[in-house]
Ligand binder design. Sequence first.
Ligand code: MG
Length: 184
Amino acid sequence: MKIGFDLDKIFINTPPFIPSAVINKFYKARDNGVLLYRIPHVPEQLLRKALHTPILRQPIKDNFAILQRLANDKENKLYLISSRFKFLEPETQRLIKKYKFDEIFDKLYFNYNNDQPHEFKNNVLQKLNLDIFIDDDLSLVRYVAKHNPDTTFYWLDEHAKAVKFDNNITAAKNLEEIFKKIIS
Ligand SMILES: [Mg+2]
């Protein structure tokens, strides 16, 4: 199976004391319901870099465990597709080293050209033609799902009920819920 994963909030947690509403404010600028992400200016980039200090970005261990089991099956092709911007490249490279992402995944994709995240991911997804893609950003998932009808999308959210709520989108709490049937 060809499986793609987002990075943040799938394998790496956001800082625990910041509500996700605030994180979303950082990341998104909404205008008339059109999906639009902000690329921050330098002072905010510095703040955002500080918020990517390893101590504030703990691994999501249960999801890592499932990832490792998927990687052990050589039939699987695994891809990490993260829309992290260029200014986070040093922090991101450190993460890759620390968690050996380059050994676990067949290929890593990062948005170092600073494209709009949903467009960046859509371009990668159209190229890869995945069986499954998993992301925690519901508005982004809705966008890419529309453009990639043959891919099954999972919206990962710890409070989500496992329901299929769009043609090719299913909600799930964690990776185990998605893959328990496959890796029994
Ligand atoms: Mg994410």
